[in-house]
Design a protein around this ligand. Sequence first.
Ligand code: 1CP
Length: 323
Amino acid sequence: MRQAGRSLPEYRRARRNESILDAVRVPALAAELTMQPVRRYGVDAAILFSDIVVPLVAIGVDIDVVAGRGPVVEAPFRGPDDLARLRPLEPDSDTPYVIETVEILVKELSVPLIGFAGAPFTLASYLIEGGPSRSFSKVKKLMLEEPGTFDRLLDRLADLSLASLRSQVRSGAAAAQLFDSWAGILSPHHYERHVLPASAKVLSGLADLGVPRIHFGVGSGELLGMMAAAGADVVGVDWRTSLADARERVGPAVAVQGNLDPAACLAPWTAVQAEVSRVLDDAGHLPGHVFNLGHGVLPETDPGILAEVVRMVHEAPPAPPRP
Ligand code: 1CP
């Protein structure tokens, strides 16, 4: 999961005070930052060091990633005129550094690399709110006030995410994760009407590449069935929904990913151990479970605890084959 590196002293040393957007443009550094948590924890896959706003910045949208806050948009999107600010992404010329980072990683890593992009709704929420938000009031207002503009915005963002993911997979990423972190703030009705079509466009647009497609959200328990039906092979689940319930919602053909509460990793080991056991039990010790946190690693997490979590999951009895 995101930001495993933040807990590591070697990460903080390598990052120095550089902005993440600058670090991403230096392939050797981005590759090193991707590999650090893999080396330290022995996890089974790496997630590319980048950010969901990288393709937007690459097509000229003025976004800064502010330390301790997140992405901040200089001139937030307000209406139909702003659609012209989103030209198509041409990965070869707009994000050559991402392609180069992926190419280095594919050579260096002994585990698969997961590429990723922000889902249309989560990207739109930053563009419209202007930055991280609690109420998401502006994005909801635009969705209801100008549904045509909103749908066109999401459709363009779908093209952007799809172009970015396709280039990462073409360069060697072995899986593609679509992060719809904030979709959980929507009612199922609005998700289905305004968001699902755009996310389905991204996921179905990857089908021919033959890599697993992971669809992740936070607080999205009520949306899991639709998130699976959008064309996902794996659906990410946070700690608010048990993996047993999640499995029922996504159906037998789709795997679940999750869902240890990142905050649980701040507790003493015996408490963490009980939480890890419960996640494994909820998943039924069956195939089709990718063990993960329900969201990003908290920076104050003790790396020793995360190493123990990985060891415990690796030592869990292997799942029996599917009947
Ligand atoms: O482990 C990694 O660092 C992997 C790379 C990675 C990924 C997968 C980063 C680096 N960002 C992301 C995805 C991302 N970025 C998501 C989707 C996953 C999630 O929900 O966590 C989101 C919503 C963002 C947006 C973002 N970027 C935030 C969240 C702000 C908010 O609205 O609450 C933040 C804080 C950032 C900055 C950022 N991105 C990545 C890092 C390491 C950081 C921290 C700042 C920095 O180090 O400069």
